[in-house]
Design a protein around this ligand. Sequence first.
Ligand code: HSE
Length: 307
Amino acid sequence: MNELKIFCPATIANISCGFDVLGVALDSVGDEMVIRKVGEKGIRIIKLEGQDLPMETEKNVAGVAGLALMADSGYNGGFEIEIYKKIKAGSGIGSSAASSAGAVWAMNELLGKPFSKLELVKFAMEGERLASGVAHADNVAPALLGGFTLVRSYDPLDVITIPAPKALYATVIHPQIEVKTSDSRKILKTNITMETGIKQWGNLGGLVAGLFKEDYDLIGRSLVDHIVEPIRSILIPGFDEVKQAVIDAGALGSGISGSGPSIFAFSKGISNAQAVAKAMEGVYNTIGIDYEIHVSKVNVDGVKKVP
Ligand code: HSE
């Protein structure tokens, strides 16, 4: 096997109360990539469609993540990469993570799986370092492992997979404005009070427990962010209106997807997720901002081969 065509899922990071530690992979939105093993040394990005992104290996997240893997592999050949982007850069649903995770997952397969999934997360994090200045794992971990993931620790890296309740659906709306992760990280405060911490880790524990217990009400009650959302939501027009509209439509809860501007909501069942999509659309139709919208089940596989 010298070539793989893969699906690289979009992801929702943070999930309200889990800044930089929680994430979930989506099923119905993602990129495609083709990775080819070649004799010529190094990594070449030979095609990049769908987005205007750098094709130089050292400036592209897939290239940088791939180089991190190759440096540890002892492999003397090279790879060609084709990237077909469906996830817009700066959308908040893990565009850079999809490319980084896809590159390292496919290279590992083509080399006969020398690396564990956790090692792949580490390599893919180098792509995130290039994209946002910080090697966060809350998008690349779910993209590689599938389902919900919790980064319990960054040093040493310890990633826990969390089961996805069967009827859980995500609705994500992407108002067509771009928010760079690097910019939306700069505006965050670097300190929190003990009082805020107590509220935040109560919700984080509640959300993880809710996912394990398939307790949809507990999941909904726990989708609260006292730290990041109050600051970042200022960058997202219509944010408060969307939050209100989705609750009125019966969503379990909602928040900013990753670093925004996308907003996610969780629902029990697909028909509620579709009603929530209509409610979100209504807000942006009224404000007059274009959007893309996705309704998705949780992707429990992560990056996967496609025919
Ligand atoms: N945890 C990261 C952030 C995710 O919120 O900055 C970026 O998608």
